[in-house]
Design a protein around this ligand. Structure first.
Ligand code: NZQ
Ligand code: ZN
Length: 380
C-alpha cells in the first residue's frame, strides 16, 4: 500500500424527510445563494421542501445550471454572487448543479477567471457551500471534484479541492428520475469503482473488498430498481452506493486508472452523450485494449463479481470483459459508438486532442492518443 493522507470533511445527512434539517445545518448570519438546474426540483416537490426549511431566512436564487455545466453560465452566477456579497452557496439538484456550484464558490472567493480555475486543476480558495443532491451518480455530494464544460471550445475538464460542508441525501427525491437517468447513474457509480479498482491486484485486500462490495451491491440492486424505482430500500442502497463509489474511501493507498473518464468526457463534449452512458461505451473498450496489463485484476473481478471460475486465464478475462459490457446493456444502455452514430471522425478528433496535449492517462500513464484510438475503434 502506498502512503496516503485521507481527509473527507463532508457531513452526510441521509434519509427520508431530511431536507427539513437544512435550517439547522446552515450557519446563521450568512448571505446565502441557492443554485438550481432547469426546474426538475419544482416538479418533484424538492424546491417546496427547501423553501419550507428556509422559512424566515433571506436568500437569492440562481437558476439555469445545465447538465454538463458550462463555464459560460457559471460566470453569470459568480457575477451575481459577487454583486450580492454572497458568502455561502446551497446547490439543489444533480451532479451538474453541484459541480457548477463548486466553481461558483471558487469564482466568488477569488478574482481568477473561472475557466482558469478549472484549467489550474485545484481550487485553492472557495466560499463554503452545501448540497441537496437529487441524482445518485457522481459522488460530487461527498468529494472534492467538479467537472466543467466550455461550450465555445467543446472542452470538458475536472478540477479538485472543493468539498461540500454537508450534503443531504433523501432517497425519495430519486423517484422522479427517468429510467434512462437511473441507468446512467448506476453506470457512473459502477464505473467509478472500476476506475479505482481495475489496476493491479495485491495492493490492498481491504480496498479490493470494499470496492467489490460496492460493485456487487450495484449489480444486485440494478434489476430490482428497473422494476420498482420507488422502492425506498433499493433507492437508498443505490444512492449510498453512488456516494461511496467516489468519496475517497475506496482508494486509500492504491493506484487508479481514470482513462475511461477522460475518454467519456470527450464523447460528451463532442456529442453531448450523457456522462454515465459515455462510460458504458468506453469502459469495455479500455478493458479490451488493456487486458494484458489488467489481467490479474480482471481474473479476480471475474471470479468475485461474476462467478467466472472455468476456462483458461485468457478465456476468463474475455468473459469478465463481456460480462461487464452485458451489465451496462442490462441497465438499458447501448455500449457501442456505432449505435450512437459516432464513427472514425470523432475517434480521430479525440486521439489528436490527447496526442497534441501529450496526455497519457491510466495507472501506467500509457493511455495516449494512439492507445485511445485503439480503445475507441474496439467500441465501434
Ligand atoms: O436541470 P434540472 O431541471 O434539475 O434537471 C436535471 C438534469 O436535466 C435532472 N434531474 C436532476 N434531479 C432530478 C432530475 N430529474 C428528475 N428527478 C430528479 N430528482 O437530471 C438531469 C441530469 O442531471 P445532472 O446533474 O447532469 O446528472 P448527474 O448527477 O449525473 O451529473 C452529471 C455531471 O457530473 C459530472 C459529469 O461529467 C456531468 O457533467 N461528474 C462529476 C463528478 C464529480 N463531481 O466527482 C464525477 C463524475 O465522474 C462526473 O464526471
Ligand atoms: Zn463519472
Amino acid at each position: 500500500m502506498n502512503n496516503f493522507i485521507f481527509q473527507n470533511p463532508t457531513k452526510l445527512v441521509f434519509g427520508k424527510g431530511q431536507i427539513a434539517k437544512l435550517t439547522e445545518l446552515l450557519p446563521d448570519n450568512i448571505n446565502l445563494m441557492l443554485t438550481f438546474g432547469g426546474g426538475s426540483v419544482t416538479k418533484n416537490g424538492v424546491y417546496d421542501q427547501v423553501k419550507e426549511a428556509l422559512k424566515g431566512r433571506n436568500f437569492i436564487e440562481f437558476w439555469g445550471i445545465e447538465p454538463n455545466p458550462r463555464v459560460e453560465t457559471l460566470r453569470k452566477a459568480v457575477k451575481m454572487g459577487k454583486e450580492n456579497n454572497i458568502n455561502y452557496l446551497l446547490a439543489v439538484g444533480g451532479g451538474s448543479v453541484l459541480d457548477g456550484t463548486k466553481l461558483i464558490a471558487a469564482g466568488i472567493a477569488t478574482d481568477t477567471e473561472p475557466w482558469e480555475i478549472v484549467k489550474g486543476g485545484v481550487a485553492k480558495e472557495q466560499i463554503p457551500f452545501a448540497s441537496v443532491m437529487t441524482v445518485p451518480a457522481t459522488g460530487s455530494e461527498m468529494n472534492g471534484a467538479a467537472v466543467i464544460s466550455r461550450e465555445e471550445t467543446q472542452e470538458k475538464y475536472g478540477f479538485f479541492g472543493t468539498y461540500p460542508q454537508f450534503s443531504i441525501l433523501d432517497p425519495e427525491v430519486t423517484y422522479s428520475l427517468s429510467p434512462y437517468q437511473i441507468a446512467c447513474g448506476l453506470a457512473d457509480a459502477f464505473t467509478h469503482v472500476l476506475e479505482q479498482y481495475m489496476t493491479t491486484p495485491g495492493q490492498s485486500r481491504l480496498m479490493d473488498r470494499w470496492a467489490e462490495g460496492v460493485l456487487l451491491s450495484v449489480k444486485e440492486i440494478a434489476p430490482g430498481i428497473k422494476h420498482n424505482p420507488h422502492d425506498y430500500d433499493l433507492m437508498s442502497d443505490y444512492m449510498l452506493s453512488a456516494t461511496l463509489a467516489l468519496n475517497d474511501f475506496i482508494r486509500m493507498g492504491i493506484t487508479q486508472d481514470w482513462a475511461t473518464h477522460q475518454i467519456g468526457h470527450e464523447l460528451t463534449a463532442l456529442h453531448g452523450i450523457t456522462h454515465g452512458h459515455s462510460l458504458a461505451i468506453a469502459m469495455p473498450g479500455t478493458l479490451r485494449i488493456l487486458k494484458e496489463q489488467k489481467k490479474g485484476k480482471l481474473l479476480q473481478y471475474g471470479e468475485r463479481i461474476f462467478n467466472i471460475t472455468e476456462g483458461t486465464e485468457d478465456e476468463r478475462v474475455e468473459k469478465a470483459i463481456e460480462m461487464t459490457e452485458q451489465f451496462y446493456r442490462s441497465l438499458g444502455l447501448t455500449t457501442r459508438l456505432s449505435e450512437e452514430g459516432i464513427g472514425m471522425d470523432t475517434i480521430e478528433t479525440i486521439a489528436s486532442r490527447f496526442n497534441d496535449r501529450g496526455d497519457a492517462f491510466g495507472e501506467n500513464s500509457n493511455v495516449t492518443g494512439d492507445v485511445t484510438r485503439e480503445i475507441l475503434i474496439s467500441c465501434l
